[in-house]
Design a protein around this ligand. Structure first.
Ligand code: NDP
Length: 254
């Protein structure tokens, strides 16, 4: 019997990449999902096709998500871990200045994409009587910050869904965890600021944010706990970050 796969969505950068690498170093077989195939190819070249498979998947495309799960499990292989990490924040201002296209992208990725991946993977885990779903939430789900509106709402959904999934999966042997970081230095801010690297760099001036590896450590720790232990929720943040994301502290960052 082959070892189960760990599916990591959004494995092409930041937290997802760090989680994929931590799991690979921990001996897991990893299925790395993202839209940017060139990034995933580099990962496969680094770790070898035995240990890692890449899937160029947009999580907003539910049919593509189903097809990727079917392909991965075609030979009867199990998915032992799903890390729902793919996500993004777009836009800076208050809701009335928001762009409806940005809202749709966030809702489709952070909520509907996560649902599509979970829906595709859950039946196999239930049938196997084991498995672990880790959802990457955010401190933004709990503490408001200027410009957080829709993004924070999508992450609040992730937190509540995680708790509800535990109820849905009660008695199935499948564990469900939410890992909710504060500020992490990744490509997240560059994406949020529309590609403006300078503005993204300014956000971290004078503070030491979490690294993607810090979050990956938390995910791997939760997964390593014995199968009778469900780690419900992990909140972690930089020592330099007060509660709330403080994005209003600089005028040029609004
Ligand atoms: P990055 O921008 O570095 O990584 C985001 C990842 O999501 C990329 O791999 C990207 O891959 C992937 N992604 C985005 N949209 C899609 C899509 N439609 N389909 C498939 N993959 C997609 O940011 P982070 O690593 O920081 O973010 C990872 C998660 O952590 C997100 O859910 C974010 O909300 C959460 N988070 C981040 C915090 C931070 O401060 N950085 C704080 C709290 C939570 P590609 O573009 O190749 O598709």
């Amino acid at each position: 019997m082959t070892a189960p796969w760990a599916v990591v969505t959004g494995a092409s950068s930041g937290i997802g990449l760090a989680i994929a690498e931590h799991l690979l170093k921990d001996g897991h077989r990893v299925a790395a999902w993202a839209r940017r195939g060139d990034r995933l190819t580099e990962l496969v070249e680094r770790y070898g096709a035995e240990q890692i498979r890449m899937f160029q998947v947009d999580v907003r495309d539910a049919a593509a998500v189903q097809a990727a799960v079917a392909e991965l499990t075609r030979d009867g292989a199990e998915i032992g871990l799903l890390v729902n990490n793919a996500g993004l924040s777009l836009g800076l201002g208050p809701l009335d200045e928001g762009d409806t296209g940005d809202w749709h992208t966030m809702v489709q990725t952070n909520i509907e994409g996560l649902l599509a991946c979970t829906h595709a993977v859950m039946p196999g885990m239930r049938a196997a009587g084991r498995g672990h779903i880790v959802n990457i939430g955010s401190l933004a789900a709990e503490f408001p910050f200027l410009g957080g509106n829709v993004y924070a709402g999508t992450k609040a959904f992730v937190h509540h869904l995680t708790a509800n999934l535990r109820v849905d999966l009660h008695g199935s042997g499948v564990r469900v965890t939410c890992v909710a970081p504060g500020m992490v230095r990744s490509e997240f801010a560059v994406v949020r600021f529309g590609g403006d690297q300078e503005l993204a760099d300014a956000l971290y001036e004078g503070i030491q944010p979490l690294t993607p590896a810090d979050v990956a450590d938390a995910v791997v720790w939760a997964h390593r706990c014995p199968p009778n232990v469900n780690v419900n929720h992990i909140e972690l943040m930089s020592l330099d970050q007060p509660y709330g994301l403080s994005l209003s502290r600089r005028k040029d960052a609004r």
